[in-house]
Design a protein around this ligand. Sequence first.
Ligand code: NAD
Ligand code: MG
Length: 349
Amino acid sequence: MTDEFTTPIYHERDADESYIQDKTVAVLGYGSQGHAHAQNLADSGVDVIVGLREGSTSRQAAREDGLDVTTPAEATAQADVTSVLVPDTVQPAVFEEIRDGLEPGDTLQFAHGFNVHYNQIRPPENVDVTMVAPKGPGHIVRRDYRRGEGTPGLLAVSQDYTGEATEEALAYAQAIGCTRAGVVETTFREETETDLFGEQAVLCGGVTALVKATYETLVEEGYAPEMAYFECMNELKLIVDLLYEGGLSEMWDSVSDTAEYGGLTRGDEVIDEGVRENMQAVLADVQDGTFAREWISENQAGRPSYTQIRRAEQNHDIEDVGERLRELFAWADENQPGAGQPTEAPADD
Ligand code: NAD
Ligand code: MG
């Protein structure tokens, strides 16, 4: 464990893989996380059964990857640990199918805390309830593992019936490669609330709103949409890469003094007290369950507003300009698999 942080961070030396090695793990779902957990566990020598609906198109993929496949109910009945890796919105229904297969001392495991934290799933009292959440999409979890590396992860325990929930979750994290990088201990509540707030206020919501608002500000003042696209969307990648590699300092060091001075003095004018109050309101909706209730009833109603807002986003002017510009320039290739790898010098034709 690393001690100089506010929360425990576990590494390979802290994990005892025997807590998972003699157990059977049911992996429900074979999407982004499911395929990576199932294959990494199997390669680590753990018995894995994939649980998928009859007729699921993922069944063939799992079988071709050499894994045993059955229904979610049957997989859980056979397993000691059930890893619930179907989409969050379908987990409550899948839980009803599997609950009879949970025996005392079994483990119900998640990769996101939403359904347990907001009581959409109420596990029986005689099982362990844990979370192992890699901080990356499944294809990265699989890729890192195959390279002998690991994707960082989060670990949480919401119910410790056996008294061994943490050890077992840590062993699971080890078997999918996460302890090679580091596993941060958290709670279901903290993971759920920070995850939702982060995706709403910055990662998905905040950043796209900032891109659209700055683009619209320039275009409304008569600047070329192409120029606005480059400034407000395309160049964001360069800045984010610097932040990712070296934090604020590396970014400020890399841009011009003019950009640094302008950014430092004007950034807080854009994200002012009013915006911070909006952020607090967004966080409050996450904390008191308002957002969760809204999202659950939106799904129950067949996603009417979601469909509409999504369509409006797809039809934003910046999408049209961006699509045409990306077709014209070679950097679009960076979005293809293998991006970021050193390539041959581009042909000069
Ligand atoms: P996904 O959408 O990629 O895959 C879900 C899989 O579940 C599908 O491939 C299918 O096999 C199955 N499935 C779909 N609909 C189903 C249904 N109605 N009934 C039964 N099975 C069904 O899901 P994901 O992104 O891997 O998410 C799984 C869990 O992992 C979620 O809790 C999510 O929050 C969490 N998580 C995801 C990521 C990520 O980057 N994708 C990262 C960390 C945690
Ligand atoms: Mg069982």
